[in-house]
Design a protein around this ligand. Structure first.
Ligand code: 5GP
Ligand code: ZN
Length: 113
C-alpha cells in the first residue's frame, strides 16, 4: 500500500521514533508546530477517524495512554498539551492513515486556526 505512515511503521522510510510497541508507534513531526510535536500512529492502517470501528476502541484508548506517558516523561503534563486528530480536507488532513498530533511546550491559542 502506498502509505507514507505504513512505510514509517515498517521502517522503509526513516523517522525519529520515540515510542514503538505492538499497537502503535510515535515519532517526531518533520515540520514541528510547537517545541514538542510528535505523532502517535496505530500500526493498523485506518484512513480517517470516520473509519474507526468498534473493535478499534481499545487501540484509540491505548494511543491516549501513550501520549500521556510521553508528556509526563517530558514534564509538559502539568503545563498542558493538545491532542489533535485531523479528519478530511477542511481539517487539513494530509496523510490518510490516522495519527494523533501531540503538541506542547508553548501556550496554545484557542480557537485554533
Ligand atoms: P495531517 O495534516 O495529515 O494531520 O498531519 C500530517 C503530519 O505529518 C504533518 O504535521 C506533517 O508535518 C507530518 N509529516 C508528513 N510527512 C512526514 C514525514 O515523512 N516524517 C515525519 N516525521 N512527519 C511527516
Ligand atoms: Zn497506512
Amino acid at each position: 500500500m502506498d502509505c507514507l505512515f505504513c512505510k514509517i511503521i515498517n521502517k522503509t522510510i526513516k523517522s525519529d521514533i520515540i515510542h514503538d510497541d505492538k499497537e502503535c508507534i510515535a515519532f517526531n513531526d518533520i515540520n514541528p508546530q510547537a517545541p514538542v510535536h510528535f505523532l502517535i500512529v496505530p500500526k493498523k492502517h485506518i484512513p480517517t477517524v470516520l473509519d474507526i470501528k468498534e473493535e478499534d476502541k481499545k487501540l484509540i484508548g491505548h494511543m491516549v495512554s501513550v501520549a500521556n506517558k510521553i508528556c509526563r516523561d517530558r514534564k509538559i503534563d502539568l503545563r498542558g498539551f493538545r491532542l489533535v486528530f485531523n479528519c478530511n480536507p477542511d481539517s487539513g488532513q494530509v496523510i490518510y492513515h490516522i495519527h494523533m498530533h501531540v503538541l506542547g511546550g508553548r501556550k496554545m491559542n484557542w480557537p485554533p486556526g
